[in-house]
Design a protein around this ligand. Structure first.
Ligand code: BGC
Length: 600
């Protein structure tokens, strides 16, 4: 049923038991509120619009824009552009911060980064399993610790804001961002969202914590057929029941920011969805932080209407800045956007800057650099890898592997690639196929554990048929948003293994060699046949930099703990409808139920 905006809002309030008379909640710190008002009074319209603008740090004229266009925040999404070392990164951001502090009112910048599984844009940082693995581990103490470390390593590279956690609830495995979310379960997502925000934000004014972002509001993982930025046709009550609870938790935890989503809901783009952003999130749920747009929202989603819908910071990147600033100024002068709306946005931005203590301590702490990727952090990441592994099959107790096994053949390029095992949002936006600094591979871990001979057969062409055991590591190549959707024009991705990878398993299984398959993937895949033909089958998700954690479980130093955070599909037919098999749609029987997972 399609619902028009006004009815929609009313429904929302009725459902949540809120009254429209609810006042917007302000910060609990009265002093901060006084400071905000005092500063706001002095600001010109240009300065206010500047605060609402976000740019990239390496854009042409970035420095001039900070000085002359009063930019409020800077974004970093991938790669090593700020420089070679963490010191270079800090230096670049200190430079920009100084520019901001030299403007008339000296309002400090926010520096935001896509740190979604560790500070994954920096080579040498600790890179944790993607959220889907943390959903399998389902350990909130661990998630809080991971977020703390990510915050520290982000601060060490110059950032005070992360665009994380993704609190999506994916209903269709064809979506290329399934791995960024914890689970198809609302309950697990709520629990881990709370832990994650606690870990990131701690006491926000500390030098080792960062502002967090719950994203993408709302319906990102529930689009029909799993299309990134597509249409979500769930009813209002379904959205409230299944998708909104993690945001409620985030608001309770005082999350600093919420990012709007690319998708639309019942025909209305989320970036234009006043009913959900202003009426539900800001008024109804009393969210007093920042609503940040997604990439290039101004040119993508009806210009100034994004501001009227309640968005406070606009990612005005890749050529959008001037149009946004001029367009918004004109709209205010023509009364198409109220000054009240602009002031609301600026108050929210200033509130977080005061909470972060940026007016007193605007620069990153140089002493944190030595903490990037340290052993203590990597040990937590390895624990996360171990706890995220889900054992789907273990016939004849092939696992745990005896360390004395005479000869083991390790097969598949995924066994020997830190890039492949880490997925998208690793060093680069769409991930990397390279090994990167500080990481260990799965093969290295196996070699550390085994007391026998270990040979590596990258493409199953070397016929090591005298081996006692084959460990076959197969899976998906890295991808991120858009490019990871099954069926996207840019790729040939399938919801199953490639013929090549199927062959790796066959080659050894057909020779009667015991086979342990380790699947590296950002989502459950349809591998029914391969599960049948192997002796043991492990879903390892995207473990990140500590690939050696996998062998610690395969060889029995630790038992399996992970449980499926998604129902596991059996057949492509499971995807004929909007969603795959999940507990939301009970009409499709999965191969393995949500929550399944064996131990030795
Ligand atoms: C993604 C966000 C990300 C942002 C900034 C967008 O395209 O949807 O998740 O935080 O880019 O890189």
């Amino acid at each position: 049923m399609k619902i028009k905006p006004i009815t929609y809002t009313l429904c929302c309030f009725l459902l949540m038991g809120f009254s429209c008379k609810n006042e917007m909640k302000v910060s609990s710190e009265p002093l901060i509120e006084q400071k905000i008002e005092a500063l706001l009074k002095q600001m010109t319209l240009d300065e206010k619009i500047g605060q609402m603008s976000q740019i990239r740090h390496f854009e042409e004229n970035a420095d001039v824009h900070v000085s002359e266009k009063f930019i409020g925040s800077v974004i970093h999404t991938q790669g090593s552009t700020p420089g070679k070392s963490a010191r270079d990164w800090q230096k670049r951001f200190v430079e920009l911060q100084k520019k901001a502090l030299s403007t008339r009112l000296g309002i400090p910048l926010l520096f935001g980064v896509d740190a979604v599984h560790g500070q994954n844009t920096f080579e040498g940082a600790t890179i944790f399993p993607h959220n889907i693995g943390l959903g399998a581990a389902n350990n909130e103490i661990l998630v809080e610790e991971i977020a703390k470390i990510t915050a520290l390593e982000s601060q060490a590279t110059g950032f005070n804001w992360v665009f994380s956690p993704c609190v999506a609830i994916p209903y269709n495995e064809k979506w290329g961002r399934v791995y960024e979310a914890f689970s198809e379960s609302t309950e697990i997502t709520e629990k881990l969202t709370r832990a994650s925000i606690k870990g990131y934000q701690g006491n926000l004014a500390d030098a080792t914590t960062v502002m967090a972002t719950a994203k993408h509001f709302i319906g990102d993982g529930a689009t029909d057929f799993g299309v990134e930025g597509g249409e979500t046709s769930l009813s209002v009550s379904e959205i409230y029941q299944y998708l909104l609870p993690p945001y409620k938790v985030a608001v309770q935890e005082n999350v600093g920011a919420v990012m709007a989503s690319f998708n639309s809901i019942n025909g209305i783009s989320m970036h234009n969805h006043k009913a959900l952003i202003i009426d539900t999130l800001k008024i109804g749920m009393k969210f007093n932080g920042i609503v940040v747009s997604d990439w290039k929202a101004y040119s993508r989603f009806n210009g100034i209407e994004v501001v009227n819908a309640g968005i406070d910071i606009i990612m005005a990147v890749d050529g959008d800045l001037e149009d946004f600033q001029e367009g918004l100024k004109k709209a205010v002068e023509e009364k198409k956007v109220s000054i009240g709306r602009i002031d609301d946005a600026v108050r929210r931005i200033l509130r977080q800057k005061f909470k972060l203590g940026l007016f007193e301590n605007p620069f990153p702490d140089a002493t944190l650099v030595s903490k990037i990727g340290i052993k203590k952090h990597r040990e937590i990441a390895r624990q996360a890898v171990r706890e995220s592994l889900v054992l789907l099959k273990n016939d004849n107790h092939v696992l745990p592997i005896s360390k004395k096994t005479k000869k083991i053949v390790v097969v598949g390029e995924h066994a020997n690639s830190a890039g492949f095992q880490s997925g998208g949002w690793t060093i680069n936006w769409q991930g990397t196929s390279e090994n990167y600094k500080g990481a260990t591979t799965i093969l290295e871990g196996i070699k550390k554990q085994s007391k026998g001979e270990v040979v590596y057969d990258k493409n199953a062409t070397e016929n090591h048929f005298d081996a006692d055991l084959a460990i076959i590591v197969v899976g998906e190549i890295p991808y991120a948003e858009f490019f990871g959707d099954i069926g996207h024009e840019s790729n040939q991705l399938q919801l199953t293994l490639t013929d090549e990878h199927q062959k790796y398993i066959k080659t050894y299984a057909e020779k009667g060699i015991k086979t342990v398959v380790v699947l590296i993937s950002g989502r459950p895949l349809i591998v029914t046949e391969q599960i049948n033909s192997s002796d043991a089958f492990v879903a390892a998700w995207l473990p990140g930099s500590e690939g050696d954690g996998i062998a610690e479980v395969l060889f029995g130093d630790y038992n399996f703990k992970g449980k499926l955070p998604h129902s596991w599909p059996k057949d492509m037919k499971d995807y004929e409808k909007n969603y795959g098999p999940n507990f939301w749609d009970k009409t499709i029987k999965p191969l393995f139920e949500f929550g399944f997972g064996l131990e030795y």
